[in-house]
Unconditional design. Structure first.
Length: 283
C-alpha cells in the first residue's frame, strides 16, 4: 500500500497531559551521561533532588503521541523509517510537579521522489496547564526511505545550514557507556533496536545502536560545557547522519557564529559523522 498523504496530514492527535516528577528528571540526565563525575558541582543539580534542575533537552522525550505511524491506513513502511532531523526551542523552564499539556500535529509532508523517499515533520508543543504559557516547541523529521513519489512539496520549509568551511573554534569529547542505550530507553523509547542484539542484526547492525535523541542530548551537553556556565540553552537543531554504538566517544566540534554555535559530531574510531548541520543558540 503506498503512502497515504491525505490520511497522514489529517491524522488527529489527542492532547496529552503529563506531570514531571523528580525521578524522571534525574533518570533522563543520568541516561545521557550527566553526573558521570558525581563531584562535578555544575552537573549535580540535574541528578540530585536538592535544588533540582531539568536538563534542557528533556522535552524531546515528553508528550510523544505513540506509534501512530504503525496504522496501516497511513501506508508507511515502518521498517524503512529513520530519524532524520530534530529541532528544539525552549521558551520557559519545565518544573517538576507542574502539569503541562502536549499537543502534536503534522507540520509538513515532503516528497523527495520515488527513488528518494518522503519526510514527515511533526510538531509538538508543551504548554503549562495552569497558564497556557508555551514551555517548549519540538520538531522531528522522520525519513520514510521507501515512501516517496506520492506527489507533494519537494523541499523542507526549514533549511539546516552547513557548518562554516574552516577549522572548528573548539571541540569537546563525550564518552558513552556500553549500557547507555539500556538506560536511555527507560525514558520511553523501547524500540528493541537499542537493546536486542538479534533485532539489531536483522536490521543490519553488528549490535544495538544508541538512540539518535540520546546522541543529540549528549551533543547539547557538550555545547553547554563549551558555552560556559552563564549561558542558557535556548534552541538546538541538527541532522542525524550515522548511528552511534554505545561505548563509543563522540567528538563535538563547534563554531562560534553571530547567530549561534554551529556544530557537528563525529565518532573518530569509525571515521563517522553522526550529527551534521547543527546549530545551538544560547541566552
Amino acid at each position: 500500500m503506498p503512502l497515504n498523504a491525505q490520511a497522514i496530514l489529517a491524522h488527529p492527535f489527542a492532547d496529552i497531559e503529563q506531570v514531571l516528577d523528580d525521578k524522571a528528571c534525574m533518570l533522563f540526565a543520568l541516561s545521557i551521561g550527566v553526573g558521570s563525575d558525581p563531584t562535578d558541582l555544575a552537573e549535580l543539580p540535574y541528578v540530585f533532588e536538592e535544588e533540582l534542575q531539568v536538563f534542557p533537552t528533556l522535552p524531546i522525550v515528553l508528550g510523544h503521541p505513540g506509534p501512530w505511524m504503525a496504522n496501516p491506513a497511513m501506508g508507511i513502511d515502518r521498517q524503512m523509517l529513520v530519524h532524520g532531523t530534530q529541532r528544539l526551542e525552549l521558551h520557559a523552564p519545565l518544573r517538576p510537579g507542574a502539569p503541562f499539556v502536549a499537543r502534536n500535529r503534522i507540520l509538513e509532508l515532503v516528497d523527495k521522489g520515488a527513488d528518494s523517499g518522503a519526510i514527515i515533520v511533526t510538531e509538538r508543543t508543551l504548554c503549562d496547564k495552569a497558564s497556557g504559557a508555551l514551555l517548549a516547541r519540538i520538531e522531528s523529521g522522520t525519513f520514510c526511505r521507501a515512501d516517496g513519489g506520492f506527489g507533494g512539496q519537494r523541499d523542507l520549509s526549514h533549511d539546516f545550514k552547513p557548518v562554516p568551511d574552516r577549522a572548528a573554534d573548539q571541540e569537546c569529547r563525550m564518552p558513552t557507556q556500553p549500557n547507555q542505550a539500556l538506560w536511555y530507553r527507560l525514558n520511553g523509547d523501547r524500540n528493541p533496536l537499542h537493546a536486542s542484539p538479534a533485532f539489531a542484526a536483522r536490521a543490519g547492525f553488528p549490535r544495538p545502536i544508541l538512540h539518535g535523541l540520546c546522541t543529540y542530548s549528549i551533543a547539547a551537553h557538550a555545547l553547554m560545557k563549551m558555552a560556559g556556565a552563564a549561558a542558557r540553552l535556548r534552541s538546538i537543531e541538527s541532522r542525524f547522519t550515522k548511528p552511534v554504538f554505545p561505548g563509543e566517544t563522540i567528538r563535538v566540534q563547534a563554531w562560534n557564529e553571530p547567530h549561534g554555535m554551529a556544530f557537528r559530531a563525529h565518532v573518530d574510531t569509525r571515521q563517522a559523522m553522526v550529527l551534521d548541520r547543527g546549530l545551538a543558540t544560547f541566552a
